[in-house]
Ligand binder design. Structure first.
Ligand code: CA
Ligand code: CA
Length: 319
């Protein structure tokens, strides 16, 4: 409750950060971007509108996913109520849905195992079932990601299966098992698929599903988040939250570093916005955190005495 009040206060006052429970990333500002109930997986559209899936708390729903406008604030319900709508993806080109810009939603219908579905919410918020419950031979889609072409949808099932679909056809198996339960997946610009397992292992697969032998990391604890940076300060490195830290991996040369501390292993997703910032879904608190890249102007502002509060708070959070 205290945390919620502090969050509301922070949103009302527009302050850059707040003192309780927010993780710290050295050199970056961490602030609350939006409220979003039971925020699970996230997906940006190209304009910066953010869609958030909603976790399967009990009851599992039905309930709608949420939409957060550019700039953040309170999330608003988007589209119809659906069962357990954990996973979301924006179908920019209409590769799977019948209308470009539709938001795809995956989950488990009516709490029945192997009764998963994929639904599309069109930009006018009308919807259509793409794969009705029980037809995709998955248990409970956990993460949906398009490849770099935006034509092939890659789907992670928590049982560790990876399936793909192009053109909305019933998905086919790409990887029958990643070797354990898994809750996070991402695809790089060359179509390689990276999976974060629940036992703290990150491993990679080629676009054809072949295992690329060397694990990226092991021993990271429970993992729920995995995403590639999209240039700028983040580079094209791989990010996850493990062992209560925000971790950065250079997949090319095998180096890694801890860039943030005080993170919760139940944060559900990392996404990078078109504004260049990192976003993290805090399921428990029902909010989206924004990790803001440093701006040259901030230094000028600090020199002029503008933004000294932000500088002070950043300093407080960067130890
Ligand atoms: Ca689910
Ligand atoms: Ca994701």
């Amino acid at each position: 409750m205290k945390r919620t009040m502090a969050m509301c206060l922070a949103l009302l006052l527009g302050i850059q950060s707040y003192a309780m429970g927010v993780p710290a990333v050295d050199g970056y500002t961490v602030r609350i971007y939006a409220s979003a109930p039971k925020a699970y997986k996230m997906a940006f559209d190209p304009s910066g509108v953010l869609y958030t899936g909603r976790g399967g708390d009990d009851p599992w729903g039905p309930h709608p996913i949420h939409r957060i406008g550019v700039g953040g604030g309170a999330a608003e319900p988007y589209g119809p109520s659906l069962w357990d709508p954990d996973a979301v993806a924006v179908d920019v080109h209409g590769a799977i849905a019948d209308t470009a810009g539709s938001v795809l939603v995956g989950g488990q219908h009516n709490k029945i195992w192997y009764n998963d579905y994929l639904y599309a919410i069109r930009p006018d918020q009308s919807g259509t079932m793409i794969w009705p419950p029980g037809t995709t031979v998955m248990s409970n889609p956990q993460e949906l990601e398009f490849d770099a072409t935006g034509q092939t949808l890659v789907i992670l099932d928590p049982t560790g299966q990876i399936r793909t679909s192009t053109g909305g056809a019933t998905p086919t198996t790409l990887v029958s098992s990643v070797g354990g339960e898994a809750y996070a997946m991402t695809v790089d610009s060359s179509g390689r698929i990276f999976v974060a397992r629940a036992d703290g292992v990150i491993r990679a697969y080629g676009p054809d599903g072949s295992w690329l032998d060397q694990d990226i990391a092991t021993g990271l604890g429970l993992l729920h988040c995995l995403a590639f940076g999209k240039g700028g300060y983040w580079g094209n490195d791989l990010y996850t939250i493990g062992n209560e830290s925000l971790l950065r991996f250079n997949v090319g040369n095998g180096t890694s570093s801890v860039i943030g501390t005080g993170f919760d292993s139940l944060y559900r997703d990392i996404a990078f916005g078109p504004d260049g910032n990192m976003y993290i879904s805090d399921y428990t608190a029902g909010q989206i955190l924004q990790v803001v890249v440093p701006e040259p102007l901030t230094m000028l502002g600090a020199l002029l005495g503008v933004g000294s509060l932000g500088a002070y708070l950043r300093k407080r959070h960067s130890t």
